[in-house]
Design a protein around this ligand. Structure first.
Ligand code: SF4
Length: 209
């Protein structure tokens, strides 16, 4: 519920700084979709029911204080499209048959909610023998060969695994721009070097107009 609290604080700070009640902010949120080449490539997605339940709880928390809640817009991407995004995000070549099947069944512009049909995706998975849960809500283990392992993004896979384990232990990694290198592999493999200012610019606090 920290997101609701943050949005409340934003409205309060805006009102205090301007002396006006006419302050708005928008919370824009969706279900978490794990992506390849990140520490979460092994993570299980939440089911659409769990995502939708959490979205409802967040909305309730935002509106728990009516005077602040009224000033906060709420945009969300609900559980079913998130799950399909998860299928496409970590799918292997077998998922291409699902995409083709959806297209054959009339699927177009599925990124637009008015065109999206979850049932069409579920049917397409069943038609071509793809298990939706296996690709989305299943946690992978360290030894699993991942469909993108042959692509080199510069990140060391063992380092990513350690970062995943750290995140499960709620250990926060520091930002390597300000600390010694953690050896993730990107800089040497991409032949890059991180360079920091000084820019001389003062970024915070922002002066309200
Ligand atoms: S400095 Fe480069 S190699 Fe080191 S942790 Fe940061 S991104 Fe990775």
């Amino acid at each position: 519920m920290q997101i609701a609290r943050l949005a409340h604080e934003v409205i309060k700070a805006g009102r205090a700084a301007t002396g006006s009640k006419d302050i708005r902010c928008t919370v824009s949120i969706g279900g978490f979709v794990p992506k390849p080449h990140t520490p979460f490539q092994w993570a299980a997605m939440s089911s659409p029911e769990v995502i939708d339940h959490r979205l409802r709880l967040l909305k309730q928390a935002i509106n728990a204080d009516r005077s602040l809640g009224r000033a906060i817009g709420y945009r969300y991407h609900d559980g079913q499209p998130s799950l399909i995004e998860g299928l496409l995000s970590r799918g292997d070549r077998r998922v291409s048959a699902v995409i083709r099947r959806v297209w054959e069944q009339g699927g177009r512009f599925d990124g637009w909610s008015e065109h999206f049909s979850y049932e069409r995706w579920v049917r397409a998975c069943a038609d071509v023998g793809v298990d939706l849960d296996w690709y989305t809500t299943r946690e992978r283990d360290q030894l699993e060969v991942l469909p993108w392992d042959h692509l080199d993004s510069g990140l060391d896979k063992d380092w990513l695994w350690q970062d995943w384990q750290d995140s499960l232990s709620e250990y926060e990694q520091d930002d390597c721009r300000w600390t010694p290198c953690f050896d993730c592999g990107v800089c040497p493999s991409m032949d890059t070097e991180i360079q920091i200012g000084p820019t001389g610019r003062k970024l915070l606090p922002v002066t309200p107009v």
